[in-house]
Design a protein around this ligand. Structure first.
Ligand code: ADP
Ligand code: MG
Length: 700
């Protein structure tokens, strides 16, 4: 590649040291390459000329063509000069006003000259006025000049404006840059990819993204550049997926043996749903291969992921391997432990639990059972990652509620086995398809998109404080019918102490109000034992109302609880609200979720609560969440492995993403190392790209 692109921006005509420094400091623009990638933030159509007589309201920007009839310079009250010009186009008259650059404007404007002006009209003293309009002289050197029709607007800042680089100034640099170097823009995609997707060439795209001829060419330019961004990302994913397949050998689980059969035929407590069966089949297919499985199972809260995981564990045992199940909290680990121990016991399999805070003797014993292979299934929190945990023969790692663990933590668990274990990742955060495609390009995704039979939809209400007594009345009646309720207080991040106070106060208030019932409390500051004790009282219905901070967020299963009250619900994120609501409606009868809203509701807060009212579909909720928060924030960029795209937006540009992904995966499938001579440019670009992305790390 011609290295004009690495040239310091200082050397561009019209730049110089002072502007170069401002660009570097305030816009991270150092080189020609950086500048050409500084894309407009918006475009304004100037091609439609409006008549003064047609202006009807203080709407948006307009283009007018006419002549200056008069120019006046007056002094303001503070003694600064103001320039006003009367402008006419035969249908009316308006005032143009300048408070700045008065001298310069006075020199450059001429009465009678034909000009095009562009700006936003406002009504002032009964007349239309535009302050600081942009001006194009239509007659220059005797020739009629074509004014720029679709005007690009670039982001600027006060600091940049000080060196004359407002949007218009930057536009000037861009014109200069394109004049000097457009010819050096090189194609990055192969002719095949371009043709297959009907793309504009890179050179054309760069030109039209900055100075579009019309909206059609602008769109084509945007499509092409977004495609390119997404395409190289997907190429990288496709390459990684292929590498993972050839590099990470894992023990094949070739047989479905006695444990699986015995459980399936004699101890299944229910018929699997169609979705569970389908996902199990997908898992079996993966496990039969001598290649590490990396499968993410997405299923809404309550869709029955645990049984799928357990059936997979049976397959591991049938093939002589141990299993590790890692959960994000001790409560959840203990709950899994109880359930799985019960099921495993039916076929004579053994379990062990490892969480923080266990007594030393107990811990030593557990570690011993893991190392000797005496424990078939080991369940725990991230305590499982510690070096002291040694397995005899680890063959399968199951991770529940995947989004709570970082990439690194998961990788540490694999290292406990040689060859690597198979991986089953279960997440109740239904990740929108687009995001899954982007983030888990190198992981297979299964979806449990069907709920076990008999679920009743949860009725959701958003309530203000004035409805509290009514709500308490309703809760009382439900408790009298033998039901149970959760009341959740939000986490205020700055202070765990405050959270606790809110929850404890709430607890007191509820105890006073619900005198005939027991009210329990669990929160993050409690010792695991105490927490577990309280949870058990709720499970056994010795406590009817459970007050909590967010610790019950994941996984707790108490079917008899049918009421979920969430205090200051606007402070929770959408996916959290969805998870919390999923604690009820678990087969114990008609269930309700009450979202208590605080006095101050932000627009987003209101939107979240409305979304909760509208739907109980986790996928729709997460898609909505993605829209509201934007992809970067959705999962936390660092952990999610999401790159920062310059132009593409994975929410809005799904169609382009799908096209890019299909093209990339098909290409890598056909030509894994891009050896086709036509792909040479693409290959070297990909190499550079992968280097720049290496820090993002691999997911799964
Ligand atoms: P999650 O996907 O949220 O982890 P669980 O695995 O905890 O969901 O399942 C939720 C509840 O549904 C559990 O009580 C479980 O026993 C029950 N369940 C799971 N699969 C089925 C099924 N096919 N038919 C009936 N009940 C089921
Ligand atoms: Mg679960």
């Amino acid at each position: 590649m011609a290295n004009i692109w690495q040239k310091d921006i200082m050397y561009l005509k019209k730049v110089g040291p002072q502007r170069a420094e401002a660009l570097r400091k305030h816009a991270q623009i150092r080189t020609y390459r950086d500048l050409i990638h500084y894309f407009p933030r918006k475009y304004v159509d100037r091609s439609r000329v409006t008549k003064i007589g047609e202006i009807s309201g203080e709407a948006s920007f307009v283009t007018l063509v006419g002549r200056i009839a008069r120019i006046d310079v007056n002094a303001s009250k503070r003694g600064r000069s103001i320039l006003t010009a009367s402008f006419t186009d035969g249908t009316g008259e308006m005032v143009l006003t300048w408070f700045q650059s008065v001298k310069w404007m006075q020199k450059s404007l001429q009465v009678g000259e034909e000009i095009a002006i562009f700006g936003k009209p406002t009504m002032y003293n009964g007349r239309w006025q535009i302050t600081h309009p942009e001006i194009d002289k239509l007659q220059e050197g005797g020739e009629k000049k074509q004014a720029i029709q679709i005007v690009p607007y670039y982001s600027s800042s006060e600091k940049l404006q000080r060196v004359g680089l407002d949007s218009r100034g930057i536009r000037g640099l861009m014109l200069q840059l394109l004049q000097e170097s457009l010819a050096d823009v090189e194609e990055t995609l192969s002719p095949g990819v371009i043709e297959q997707n009907g793309l504009m060439s890179k050179k054309e795209a760069i030109r039209h993204i900055h100075f579009p001829q019309d909206f059609h060419s602008l769109q084509a330019a945007q499509y092409r550049l977004k495609f390119e961004e997404l395409f190289f990302f997907q190429l990288m994913m496709a390459r990684r997926q292929q590498k993972a397949k050839s590099v990470h050998a894992a023990p094949p689980f070739g047989k479905i043996g006695p444990n699986f059969h015995a459980f399936f035929e004699q101890h299944m407590p229910f018929e699997l749903t169609g979705a569970q069966k389908r996902v199990l089949k997908e898992i079996r297919r993966d496990l039969a291969k001598p290649v590490q499985m990396n499968r993410l199972v997405q299923g809404d809260v309550g869709s029955g992921k645990t049984m799928v995981a357990f059936m997979t564990m049976l397959m591991a045992k049938d093939n002589g391997f141990q299993v590790a199940l890692m959960a994000p909290t001790a409560i959840l680990a203990e709950q899994h432990y109880r359930k799985i121990t019960k099921m495993a016991g039916k076929v004579g399999m053994t379990t062990a639990i490892l969480v923080g805070g266990q007594k030393k003797a107990k811990r030593t014993e557990v570690l011993e059972r893991i190392a000797s292979g005496e424990a078939d299934i080991v369940i725990g929190t991230h305590a499982l990652i510690e070096p002291s945990v040694q397995f005899k023969q680890l063959g399968l790692v199951v991770i529940d509620e995947q989004h709570k663990f970082g990439v690194v933590q998961r990788a540490k668990l694999w290292r406990k086995a040689d060859p690597f274990p198979h991986n089953l990742i279960m997440t109740a955060t239904p990740i929108p398809r687009t995001l899954a495609m982007t983030v888990y390009g190198d992981t297979e995704v299964s979806v449990i998109d069907e709920m076990p039979p008999g679920r009743m939809p949860i009725e959701t209400h958003v309530l203000g404080e004035s409805k509290r007594l009514e709500l308490f009345g309703f809760v009382t009646r439900e408790l009298e019918r033998g039901k149970q309720a959760y009341v959740v207080y939000p986490l205020v991040e700055e202070s765990e102490k405050l959270d606790l106070i809110a929850a404890e106060k709430g607890h007191e208030l509820l105890e006073r109000h619900f005198k005939n019932f027991r009210v329990g409390i669990v929160h993050g500051k409690m010792k695991p034992d105490a927490k577990e004790f309280e949870m058990q009282r709720f499970v056994k219905n010795e406590v009817q109302i459970l007050v909590s901070t967010t610790v019950i967020e994941v996984g707790v299963d108490v079917p008899n609880a049918t009421i979920m009250v969430i205090e200051n619900a606007e402070r929770f994120g959408l996916s959290q609200l969805h998870q919390l609501r999923g604690r009820v409606g678990r087969g114990g009868g008609k269930s309700y979720c009450f979202l208590m809203k605080g006095k101050k509701l932000s627009t987003d807060g209101r939107k979240r609560l409305n979304a909760m009212k509208e739907t109980t579909d986790g996928f729709r909720i997460s898609e909505f969440d993605l829209e509201l928060r934007g992809p970067g924030d959705f999962m936390g960029t660092r952990q999610s492995g999401l790159p920062q795209f310059m132009l593409a937006n994975i929410v809005e540009d799904q169609e382009i993403l799908i096209a890019a992904r299909d093209t990339a995966f098909e290409l890598i499938g056909r030509d894994p190392d891009l050896l086709d001579p036509m792909c040479q440019e693409m290959r070297s670009y990909l190499e550079r790209y992968m280097k720049s992305q290496a820090l993002l790390g691999t997911v799964a």
